[in-house]
Design a protein around this ligand. Structure first.
Ligand SMILES: Cc1cc2nc3c(=O)[nH]c(=O)nc-3n(C[C@H](O)[C@H](O)[C@H](O)COP(=O)(O)OP(=O)(O)OC[C@H]3O[C@@H](n4cnc5c(N)ncnc54)[C@H](O)[C@@H]3O)c2cc1C
Length: 456
């Protein structure tokens, strides 16, 4: 690639803090709130105008749709976030589980309030573009915003960007699957003016969708026999028929049609239509991201036409919204002091430095396993600690794990759990005057318990 040399210049310092959390998705909001609760002066910096990450920006509502009777999980901030959303009228019963579907619009406000109540300093519309490393230790980030190029200085950093942007720029080694193996990205859309009574009647009496439908042409996921017959909101056949007969045509070979919806309201809205998937996209490549957005929107319009022609109730439907950005499931996975394996997820991994538990729930790479048995695995602190640079932690979907294990820990509830643990561990390391690599695990676990988190 052709390069040019950027002239050296002095960078104004925008802000300073004990702990800087970069990225305000499920992991980032949890990390920032947890750190502030431990008494650390904490900044949460986010590139877009709202917190919530994939939930608010892509429009993914189902924060814990794996939950059924007997599911064992970490609790902590996940429970608090769900309770706050419910109390503020930002959630409704999720249709396939014992959990809530969270309204991606109102949840922006819920996040603002939780962040402010915790005493975290928020900075929105500010992208972290590089890491400041001093003698092998994290010391802050360079940012770009409407205010120009600036710096945020901090004693500890927690990378919650989903893509491990800051870890990668700090020189932390990472694994990124070849493009053709990465999980597909999705443009989510919503509809209004649906005759929802008619749609629900069709779903209940004719479509009768179950998890078994996920093993079709589009998502192609093998389902545990014990879950296969359970209800799941899934539409695929109409798209396959429309493609065969030619009423649905696309120039985009990397697109598959089919998937789930989330909330159906009496006012005629059907939200989180997760039905247009695009393969072969590397979301750390700006040209791929551009392509994905344009292909995604183009094919959502086509998918909507098919829904209007083929699904009772959708005859007069119109587009209410696109997700404000394409949704990424997988990109960089950092190399940490421990790599979570598929075996750990499937065999109830146990670790002395456990900082959270997550149910045996797998969604992706050809498998869907629902946690109906009460089985769960522990997440070791070392998976949050990157190799190389010190005083930086990573939380959320880009922690250290094999791609097959990522299909489990990428779920929002698990991202909240690793975020909360990272926030506590960063604050604890600071309080004890040791680096994050030397954070005293018993004290971290004590603080986790005090914040209502189950880690064993
Ligand atoms: C289409 C789709 C459907 C999904 N469905 C579900 C589901 O039903 N249930 C479920 O639990 N999970 C689902 N997932 C997965 C889940 O949403 C994500 O894995 C999860 O949100 C990851 O959380 P995170 O906090 O690690 O990252 P993100 O949610 O991606 O948040 C990262 C945040 O960091 C910000 N950011 C990124 N880079 C920078 C930077 N350099 N500087 C500043 N800010 C930055 C982003 O704007 C964002 O706010 C789905 C994912 C997709 C794409």
């Amino acid at each position: 690639m052709r390069t040019i040399r950027e002239p050296a210049k002095n960078i104004p310092v925008l802000a300073e803090a004990d702990i800087l959390v970069i990225g305000g998705g499920p992991a980032g909001i949890a990390a920032a709130i947890a750190a502030a609760r431990e008494g650390a002066e904490t900044i949460l910096v986010e590139r877009y105008g709202c917190f919530g990450g994939t939930l608010t920006q892509t429009g993914v509502e189902a924060i814990a749709w794996y939950r059924h009777q007997g599911t064992v999980e970490a609790g902590g901030l996940l429970k608090e976030i769900e309770a706050a959303a419910q109390a503020m009228g930002a959630s409704t019963q999720e249709c396939q589980s014992d959990s809530q579907a969270i309204d991606p619009h109102l949840f922006r406000y819920v996040c603002d309030k939780m962040i402010e109540d915790a005493g975290v300093k928020p900075i929105l519309h500010c992208m972290a573009v590089d890491a400041i490393i001093d003698q092998g230790k994290f010391a802050g980030v360079l940012t770009e915003s409407k205010s120009g190029r600036q710096a945020i200085i901090a004693k500890r950093g927690i990378d919650c960007t989903g893509d491990a942007d800051i870890a990668a720029r700090s020189g932390v080694p990472f694994y990124k699957a070849p493009k053709e193996e990465l999980m597909f990205v999705t443009q989510i859309f919503g509809c209004r003016r649906v005759d929802t009574k008619k749609f629900i009647k069709y779903v209940e009496e004719e479509l009768k969708p179950t998890y078994r439908d996920w093993s079709g042409d589009c998502w192609n996921q093998k389902i545990d026999e014990n879950a296969a017959g359970m209800f799941s909101p899934y539409i695929e056949k109409v798209f396959i028929e429309a493609l065969r007969e030619g009423s649905l045509q696309t120039q985009d070979k990397e697109v598959s049609f089919g998937g789930t919806w989330s909330t159906v309201t009496p006012e005629g809205e059907v939200t989180q239509l997760n039905m247009v998937s695009i393969r072969n996209i590397d979301c750390t490549d700006v040209f791929d991201l551009t392509r994905a957005e344009i292909i995604g929107r183009r094919n959502c319009i086509k998918a909507l036409e098919t829904l209007k022609k083929s699904i009772p109730g959708f005859e007069n439907a119109s587009l209410s919204n696109f997700g404000m950005t394409i949704g990424t499931r997988e990109s960089r996975l950092i190399k940490g002091l421990y790599t979570i394996t598929a075996g750990d997820v499937f065999n109830q991994g146990r670790f002395e430095d456990s900082i959270a538990i997550f149910p045996e729930f797998i969604d992706g790479r050809e498998f869907l396993v629902l946690p109906l048995s009460g089985r769960y695995y522990q997440i070791p602190y070392r998976a949050l600690v990157p190799q190389g640079v010190d005083n930086l932690l990573v939380a959320g979907r880009c922690i250290s794990g094999e791609p097959a294990a990522h299909t489990s820990f990428r779920n929002m509830a698990c991202c909240v759990a690793t975020g909360q643990a990272a926030g506590i561990a960063a604050a604890c390391s600071l309080g004890q005057g040791v680096s994050v690599k030397a954070a005293p695990i018993p004290l971290v676990q004590e603080a986790l318990t005090a914040q209502g988190v189950r880690y064993q």
